[in-house]
Design a protein around this ligand. Structure first.
Ligand SMILES: C[S@@+](CC[C@H](N)C(=O)[O-])C[C@H]1O[C@@H](n2cnc3c(N)ncnc32)[C@H](O)[C@@H]1O
Length: 259
């Protein structure tokens, strides 16, 4: 079934707010926390490759991974048209083998929440551990509820455009679908696309995980491959925790242990 991620052209426009500060934040994390020099970056659930292209322009050797064939094809075509050398593999993030290692791995914009169960998360983290050089960082960006009862759910709208294409986008979390036991709920992405050759509303409604930091830390400890070396909010090293609906991004920095 077609969903919003089957339309990479419109995803690329809708997600193309200024992502350079996110890349600056990642580079600063590397400066502060990485034990190794970073020349290569793997982007998990890379989507249309917005971060990949920016890091390739900054001189990194980059590779993406996404489960959607349309996304992978889009990344390869767009990077080629911009003269950038970017490789991209079609694979589930739950378990993957890329046959090489990277010095940094990233997973941005809530994609980590597609891992619905503890087993999925552990399987994913094992794959990341094999793909990441010891001393290197795994940097995550996701909405993470504070714990206990979730009182604030995201519902945000924004507008993006390019040439004669306008997209009215909305992302919302359906609080009524929250399953207390499984800690899953449904979220939805809605793009109202207006352009000369395409006028339609495209949607993706999927099950996702409300992962609490305490649970996450327990899984990291149980696995033993990573240390949690930092937690920040909204790509801002100075922003203090104080959960409210405006502080929606949690940025977690894991370091691959040696040995
Ligand atoms: C919200 S987009 C994030 C795109 C990109 N990381 C960004 O920051 O713009 C989520 C992406 O995750 C991909 N995805 C969803 N489930 C996945 C899975 N199990 N394994 C790999 N990719 C997945 C989708 O195809 C989509 O491209």
């Amino acid at each position: 079934m077609k969903d919003a991620y089957s339309y990479p052209k419109y995803c690329d426009i809708a997600y193309n707010w200024d992502r350079k500060p996110e890349c600056d934040f990642i580079e600063e994390c590397i400066r502060r926390y990485s034990d190794i020099k970073v020349a290569s970056i793997l982007d998990i659930a890379c989507g249309t490759g917005i971060h990949l292209r920016e890091f390739a322009r900054r001189g990194y050797d980059v590779m993406g991974l996404d489960k959607s064939k349309e996304m992978v094809d889009f990344v390869m075509q767009k990077s080629e048209s911009e003269g950038l050398k970017i490789n991209c593999a079609q694979s589930s993030m739950k378990e993957f083998k890329l046959g090489r290692q990277f010095e940094c791995v990233i997973c941005m914009l809530d994609s980590f929440r597609y891992l619905l169960t503890d087993e999925d998360i552990l399987s994913h983290l094992k794959s990341v551990a094999y793909a990441l050089e010891p001393g290197g960082l795994y940097i995550l960006d996701l909405w993470m509820p504070k714990g206990g009862t979730i009182t604030e759910w995201e519902d945000i709208s924004w507008v993006q455009g390019e040439k004669d294409i306008r997209i009215d986008a909305r992302y919302c979390q359906h609080a009524g679908t929250f399953d207390e036991k499984a800690k899953t709920f449904e979220d939805e992405l809605i793009f109202r696309v207006q352009s000369p050759d395409f006028n339609s509303v495209i949607r993706s409604r999927v099950k996702t995980r409300a992962l609490y930091y305490g649970e996450f830390k327990s899984l990291i400890a149980a696995l033993g491959f990573f240390d949690c070396v930092g937690r920040f909010y909204n790509f801002d090293f100075d922003l203090k925790e104080g959960y409210n609906i405006k502080i929606v991004r949690t940025n977690i920095i894991l370091k691959r242990k040696r040995g």
